[in-house]
Design a binder for this molecule. Structure first.
Ligand code: WT7
Length: 662
């Protein structure tokens, strides 16, 4: 076991005192429970016990509506740290999402209700979505994509991105969706890391009324990606000028047309552990990790959690506001809801376009019943003012969800009162890119919620909080948040780097999966996640590795050293502040500060641009040369520097940093 560092303890205790005082609890409304899939605490407990004690029976029953070509022979094989689920099963994930609905009333039900940023909407039924996926799968095959080949997707929030993902899944070609906010360099690195053969993109995507030039970014990225053979371009904004490179670039519908009658209505069945997709996320080194998810386990995890956490009923209109470029979009816009035959709203634009009333108008327009969004969005809405909410009725809503970071009880209460009108339960769902599906939550008809707490474990999930000594923590004692057994939708490895997979997740606490988060469990068994305790920040719900920011800054010719830290921010959750020392011959000017912010935006993406850059003559270091981030965090937050500074090389360094501008 890794030696407990003093720093972790200090970070934990700081964070924990902030959320120790919340004691309110909210029972599920009686009329909600009456119709709910899991109507009472006892029912949840019974299912939960069964999921741990008799997983074979539990998973068999709960997946009866999914399509397996061959049933599994064994539920789990666990050879630490590798788990394989549903051994011997074969399936095509898209059959559960699409084909199984054909010939049932769901065939004509809306699968996707798309709302464009300019404000028009179109609907794709399950039948239509199936047709498009079958056609596009044929197009991919016709372009030479084979089972196992990787396909990168760099698109906006249009129905075609869902078609693209499912078409990849249909032919067994793992997709890697790259969020449209990433810059060319980030896109290039991800394409190269997984050696994608093909890129799916679109000309541009409207964002706050202006086009984001996605194709142009792809052009820049694929100049340095020898693996890419073809780029398929969906024309979303035909007036936007783009260049199509002869021999490489293909129009989306030309590709479909060229494939012609090559359609295979019956898709191939793949092994349960066949890779479904890779999704890159940040960790504690400069290099993003390609999180690998496989077919059966991921489908089962997202299917079962969507059904129970959102208490899905046939007439629900479900809206998850995440971008498909993140795991929330994968699991809770695409695979989870579609495998349940749900109607999903897909919104293309910004939450504040044309104004802060857009979300609430959209809920009324499409009669949304379930809203799943992020604390950072909720806090931004609080700040924008209640008048935007008051213009809408919101009478269709029956359930609210949050995800992405700890939600502060004030924002939670606002969400409950202003959006849910006190009538809708809130599910605060904790999970990660790595976990694939929701692992912690309350069930809306069964268990009471506490503002700020993520609640209880989902089925098959065995969490714990352990102290620095590796022991299970007492009630309300903080510690590392871990999972003691594998769950179906867990990551299988890091693409191309199994050693990092072991190191990152399985070496901190023996025999367990370490989440990277700190948490406490209260006297009722409710979990309170306090945030990351590793070198990862959560800025507006985006996971940002401090090392990535630092290495990007150091790649600039003027920068000698950089140290990135988070500072509490009332909307973003955390703001990104970087301390920078310059190479000789460079002056710390406001212009250089702007240049460096732009440099990060250009290299990684706008969402990662530092909120503040402080120039320093030197960074506080221990005698062994380690940067003392704890101190920098306190300096950035304008707090007194507390704790042990006895190992600090030069105390005067600190005093200077305090007076710096950003
Ligand atoms: C990290 C995972 C999973 C989808 C979005 C983010 C934080 C996530 C919660 C929550 C407290 C949360 C954790 C986690 N987080 N949900 N309900 N309460 N913290 O995915 O980028 O993989 O980040 O987000 O710190 O480790 P991600």
């Amino acid at each position: 076991m890794a030696a407990p560092t003093k720093e972790v303890k200090e970070i934990m205790s700081d964070k924990i005192t902030n959320v120790m005082t919340e004691t309110r609890r909210f029972e599920p409304p009686a009329d909600f429970s009456k119709k709910a899939r899991v109507p009472a605490k006892e029912a949840y407990e019974k299912l939960y016990r069964e999921s741990l004690d008799d997983p074979d029976t539990f998973w068999k029953r709960e997946t009866a509506d999914l399509v397996f070509d061959k049933a599994w022979k064994k539920t789990l094989e666990w050879e630490l740290p590798h788990a394989r689920w549903f051994i011997g099963a074969t399936l095509n994930v898209t059959k559960s999402c699409l084909d199984r609905h054909l010939g049932t009333p769901t065939e004509n039900k809306a699968a996707l209700v798309w709302e464009s940023e300019p404000g028009d909407s179109t609907t794709l039924s399950y039948g239509e979505l199936h047709q498009q996926v079958v056609e596009f799968a044929a197009a991919l095959e016709n372009l030479g994509v084979k089972k196992g080949d990787r396909v990168a997707i760099y698109m906006g929030m249009v129905p075609e991105v869902v078609v693209g993902m499912l078409a990849c899944a249909r032919i067994g070609a793992p997709h890697t969706v790259v969020f449209g906010g990433f810059a060319a360099e980030s896109l290039r690195d991800r394409i190269n890391d997984c050696e994608a053969k093909l890129v799916l993109t679109q000309d541009g995507a409207p964002r706050r009324g202006k086009p984001v030039a996605l194709k142009e970014t792809v052009d820049a990225a694929v100049e340095h990606t020898p693996c890419v053979e073809k780029v398929v371009v969906f024309r979303r904004m035909p007036d936007l000028e783009i260049t199509m490179k002869e021999g490489r670039d293909v129009d989306w519908y030309d590709a479909v047309g060229q494939a012609g009658s090559n359609r295979q209505p019956e898709p191939e069945a793949f092994d349960a552990e066949h890779p479904l997709f890779i999704l890159y996320t940040s960790g504690s080194t400069g290099k993003p990790k390609g999180i690998l998810h496989t077919s059966a386990g991921y489908l089962v995890g997202t299917h079962v959690s969507t059904k129970y956490v959102f208490d899905l009923q046939d007439d629900d209109v479900y809206w998850c506001t995440a971008d498909v470029g993140w795991i929330t979009g994968h699991s809770y816009i695409v695979y989870g809801p579609l495998s349940n035959g749900a109607t999903c709203v897909l919104y293309e634009g910004a939450p504040n376009f044309p104004d802060w009333g857009r979300f609430w108008e959209l809920i009324d327009k499409h009669r949304v019943t379930i809203l799943y969004t992020a604390p950072t969005a909720i806090r931004a809405f609080v700040k924008a003012g209640d008048e935007w909410v008051d213009k809408a009725s919101l009478a269709s809503l029956r359930l609210l969800g949050t995800v992405g970071e700890p939600i502060n009880p004030d924002a939670w209460m606002w969400y409950r009162d202003k959006i849910g009108k006190g009538r809708c339960p809130i599910v605060d769902t904790w999970w990660q890119t790595e976990t694939g599906s929701i692992l912690m939550t309350t069930l809306p008809g069964a268990t009471y919620s506490k503002p700020g707490s993520t609640g209880l474990p989902m089925f098959g999930v065995e969490p714990d909080v352990v102290t620095s000594e590796g022991e299970s923590a007492d009630a309300n004692e903080g510690g590392r948040f871990i999972m003691k057994r594998p769950w179906p939708s867990m990551l299988r490895t890091i693409w191309g780097d199994d050693e990092r997979f072991r190191q990152q997740y399985w070496s901190e606490v023996e025999g367990a999966y370490f989440t990277g988060d700190g948490a406490r469990r209260d006297e009722d068994g409710y979990y309170w996640v306090v945030g990351r305790i590793d070198d990862v920040l959560n800025v507006s719900g985006h996971r940002i590795g401090t090392a990535e920011i630092e290495s990007t800054l150091v790649s600039h010719s003027s920068v000698a050293e950089a140290a990135a830290v988070g500072r509490p921010h009332d909307i973003k959750g955390q703001a990104l502040i970087v301390f920078v020392t310059l190479k000789p011959g460079h002056a710390p000017t406001p212009e250089l500060r702007t240049t460096l912010k732009t440099h990060v935006a250009k290299e990684i993406g706008k969402f990662a641009a530092p909120d503040g850059i402080r120039f320093a003559d030197a960074l506080p270091k221990t005698r062994s040369g380690k940067i003392m981030r704890r101190l920098l965090k306190q300096v950035a937050a304008g707090e007194k520097t507390e704790g042990d500074v006895s190992t600090l090389e030069d105390l005067s360094v600190l005093a200077k940093l305090r007076d710096e501008d950003e």
